[in-house]
Design a protein around this ligand. Structure first.
Ligand SMILES: *[C@@H]1O[C@H](CO)[C@@H](O)[C@H](O)[C@H]1NC(C)=O
Ligand SMILES: *[C@@H]1O[C@H](CO)[C@@H](O)[C@H](O)[C@H]1NC(C)=O
Ligand SMILES: *[C@@H]1O[C@H](CO)[C@@H](O)[C@H](O)[C@H]1NC(C)=O
Ligand SMILES: *[C@@H]1O[C@H](CO)[C@@H](O)[C@H](O)[C@H]1NC(C)=O
Ligand SMILES: *[C@@H]1O[C@H](CO)[C@@H](O)[C@H](O)[C@H]1NC(C)=O
Length: 353
């Protein structure tokens, strides 16, 4: 799936893993498989979000597939952060102290990932962050932190390319007001736009829970000359924003709306919801590309949909998105890195680190 990412992660991880502790064996695993346990991986996800639900299932599938292909088994210890950075940090501490995990996967937001990185770094346990933005200073500060999701820089270049292709000069950025959105996206978008001779003229920060205040904000935007909006927000907030904008006749000719990956890569989860989809009619979106025609993906897709449907009957759509694929690949990367480390504890990667 994402080969580039995978190789990078394995190299970095194998080096880091040789520092961490040996695993304990899981009691409720069947006896054949138990004899082949090579380590324990921790994961911290937010079960209440669509992204978390997809990630959890994808990680479990990766562990099962890895066993099927290599006869090497890993134990996956999952924790629910409920999207709360403090809970995520406590979960990390518990995974390290009590479950003796050798690496931690997740979490989804930079607010959580930064606290988990600190805990992991203290105990020399590698943390693979799936958060969409990791500031460049972070991996220097915490050498045990690895970013396992694509950088925002590339995505913002794609947004800028759309702006350039229509020769727009000014855009307004509307973003969900959390640290990672502000720090992770604004500098990249500003740079990318500058390169194509455009700029952000206004920044509109919306609180994650914004709802009735949205019409006031949009009213102010209606007064602006600039009618090109880039929206960087989670799907729930984006839905409320577009539903309000549609009522205010702002999703029409003369207005341009561009959503980033954070929204666009989850639109598949609401395709059956007519109101939401109709309010987004005409919005342009940038999302991560992955080839969907390969046999490996097809096989994953079929199994994922079946399992997701059983686990989450409340979800209307069972398609895996990019977040599931990233979680699957990151889990494989950890599994392969552990295999490397077990094979040759003193390989050259370790020495060069
Ligand atoms: C354990 O699981 C493996 C594969 O998942 C299966 O082949 C084997 O028969 C199982 N063994 C027992 C004792 O259930
Ligand atoms: C295990 O892998 C083989 C191919 O190596 C495949 O045919 C089989 O369906 C897989 N089984 C499961 C349970 O994934
Ligand atoms: C895994 O183990 C089974 C039975 O022990 C064996 O038949 C199979 O070839 C092994 N697969 C790999 C990839 O080593
Ligand atoms: C993280 O761990 C490394 C290696 O032990 C150490 O040099 C560094 O100071 C730690 N970083 C922080 C922020 O504690
Ligand atoms: C999948 O589609 C891409 C682009 O359409 C094509 O280049 C590639 O060869 C296809 N792969 C397979 C396995 O069909």
């Amino acid at each position: 799936m994402e080969k580039f990412l995978l190789f990078f992660c394995i190299a970095a991880l194998a080096a880091l893993l040789s520092f961490s502790k040996k695993a304990t064996v899981h009691a409720d695993m069947n006896s054949t498989r138990k004899n082949h346990v090579k380590g324990t991986v921790g994961a911290i996800v937010d079960y209440s979000s669509r992204i978390g639900k997809e990630e959890k299932l994808a990680m479990e599938m990766a562990i099962d597939d890895f066993y099927n292909y290599t006869n090497q088994s890993l134990i996956l210890q999952l924790k629910n952060s409920q999207g709360d950075p403090i809970k995520a940090a406590l979960a990390a501490k518990d995974l390290i102290d009590n479950q003796q995990v050798q690496a931690i996967l997740g979490p989804q937001t930079w607010e959580e990932a930064s606290l988990v990185a600190e805990v992991g770094n203290q105990s020399h346990v590698p943390v693979l962050s799936l958060a969409d933005s990791t500031p460049s200073w972070a991996t220097k500060r915490w050498p045990f932190l690895i970013q396992a999701s694509p950088s925002q820089h590339v995505q913002m270049k794609a947004v800028a390319a759309i702006v350039q292709s229509w020769r727009w000069r000014r855009v307004i950025l509307i973003y969900e007001d959390i640290d990672s959105a502000a720090n992770g996206v604004i500098p990249h978008l500003s740079d990318a736009l500058r390169e194509v001779g455009a700029e952000i003229t206004h920044f509109v920060a919306l609180p994650p829970s914004a709802s009735s205040s949205l019409s006031e904000e949009l009213e102010k935007l209606k007064m602006q000359q600039c009618r090109v909006f880039v929206v960087h927000s989670s799907l729930p907030l984006a839905r409320r924003l577009f539903e309000t904008a549609k009522k205010m006749k702002m999703i029409e000719k003369d207005y341009v709306w561009i959503t980033t990956d954070w929204t666009t890569s989850l639109v598949h989860s609401i395709v059956n919801e007519a109101t939401a989809i109709s309010s987004m009619q005409g919005v342009l979106g940038v999302k991560s590309y992955f080839p969907e025609n390969g046999s490996q993906f097809q096989d994953f897709h079929t199994r994922f949909r079946r399992k997701f449907n059983t686990e989450h009957p409340e979800e209307e759509n069972q398609e895996p998105g990019i977040f599931a694929l990233q979680a699957y690949d990151a889990t494989w990367a950890v599994a392969l890195a552990m295999e490397e480390t077990n094979k040759s504890p003193n390989n050259c990667l370790t020495k060069s680190y």
